[in-house]
Design a protein around this ligand. Structure first.
Ligand SMILES: [Mn+2]
Length: 216
């Protein structure tokens, strides 16, 4: 649609040089366990506020937004008396839903992205395919326990929730590390960088980058 050469009716307001619709989404999701409000813009700068009730998750979402060049507002009210599981997983679900919605038809995207990111002694690698097929391969020897209200095992749950809801394939591996804060942080940064590359608009891509003709 954005490449249409057809004449526009005189009453159509100008949308400037970039006729592409903004790649953004706003989602509210309420269950008996959590209320999540989220707004996402893919072509952003890291702006927005993250307030999930889980301090470490807020820190990780700050990184994800900044290094993924996303504008991201997240507000979560969850049943933290049961632990942080529901709040973390549901934040991932809604972020995945917002990615799915903001990506729309997937026209013109790069589709694939990958990144390996060090964080001091830790290192994580992430490869992403905006495939339409939900899949997460997660490999990390994270020690049991929690950091800032965030159970370490929720790292996998968070990324699986995103992969399922956004219908993307992600392989995420912590390749090195001894400090769990660094290891999880490297995961989020690698995912952010890989995602930024995968959702980027490729000027040489005229349609949906699939021989099948669809990524949804
Ligand atoms: Mn940190």
């Amino acid at each position: 649609m954005s490449g249409s050469q057809g004449q526009e009716p005189a009453t159509t307001p100008s949308r400037g040089a970039d006729a592409r619709a903004p790649r953004r989404a706003e989602i509210e999701r309420s269950t008996k366990e959590t209320d999540v409000r989220l707004s996402l813009a893919l072509d952003g700068s890291g702006a927005g506020e993250r307030s999930t009730g889980v301090g470490f998750l807020d820190h990780m979402l700050d990184l994800l937004a900044r290094h993924g060049r996303l504008d991201l507002d997240v507000s979560v009210r969850g049943d933290l008396q049961t632990g942080s599981h529901h709040s973390v997983e549901d934040t991932g679900i809604v972020l995945g839903q917002a990615l799915d919605q903001a990506l729309g038809s997937r026209t013109g995207i790069a589709r694939y992205g990958w990144a390996t990111v060090p964080m001091d002694e830790a290192r994580a690698a992430c490869t992403i395919d905006i495939s339409g097929r939900p899949f997460l391969a997660f490999s990390a020897a994270l020690p049991p326990g929690e950091t800032g209200g965030f159970d370490h095992e929720l790292t996998e749950e968070f990324f699986r929730a995103i992969a399922n809801a956004a219908k993307l394939t992600a392989h995420l591996e912590v390749q090195a590390g001894s400090n769990v804060h660094h290891m999880i942080e490297a995961c989020f940064k690698a995912f952010a960088r890989a995602l930024h590359a995968a959702v980027a608009l490729d000027p040489t891509e005229p349609g949906v980058p699939s021989t099948k003709g669809t990524l949804t």
